[in-house]
Design a protein around this ligand. Structure first.
Ligand SMILES: [Zn+2]
Length: 165
């Protein structure tokens, strides 16, 4: 046995110099529109500085909208949901929880809108301005219960004898 043997294992384990690769943030694209992060950086790591955060934001935005992501890798492209696209990166769980938070926010917003619509239907919504006729004059005001609340010269008045116009 000689000591100069250059085994395949050694070649693999000890690269002489770090090679710069393209930053991975631009490997991901919106599967619907093809939109991707513009990036021409190279790095010896997976991402140029700050570009992991940039990709994270991009994936959360797409995931929140339910848009799938195409990941290009080694001549192949894989399409799947945004949380899945982040798998294998250290920030994968942050993408998943960011998307979940966005969905929860959207659900809460939809629920508030539904509640507002239901309140309006019942005439109990007090935030919307309505116009009503009181006597012969028409005023702008709001409905509270079965009362029309309006202002005359800065003074609040209430009546049930009104007619919405
Ligand atoms: Zn990048």
């Amino acid at each position: 046995m000689t000591e100069t043997a250059n085994t395949p294992a050694e070649t693999k384990a000890a690269p002489k110099a770090k090679t710069a690769n393209p930053c991975q943030c631009s490997m991901f694209a919106n599967a619907d529109t093809g939109e991707r992060l513009e990036c021409n950086k190279t790095t010896t790591r997976q991402f140029a500085p700050g570009h992991d955060a940039r990709l994270k934001g991009f994936l959360i935005r797409l995931g929140a909208q339910g848009i799938e992501v195409t990941r290009a890798e080694g001549g192949m492209s894989i399409t799947g949901d945004a949380a899945k696209a982040a798998e294998g990166y250290g920030f994968a769980h942050m993408v998943a929880s960011g998307i979940e938070r966005a969905h929860a926010k959207a659900r809460a917003k939809a629920e508030r809108a539904a509640a507002r619509a239901a309140a309006k239907e019942k005439g109990t919504d007090s935030s919307d301005t309505v116009k009503a006729k009181v006597g012969r004059a028409t005023y702008e005001g709001r409905i509270e219960g079965d009362e029309f609340v309006y202002e005359v010269k800065g003074a609040e008045r209430r009546t049930t004898k009104h007619e919405l116009v």
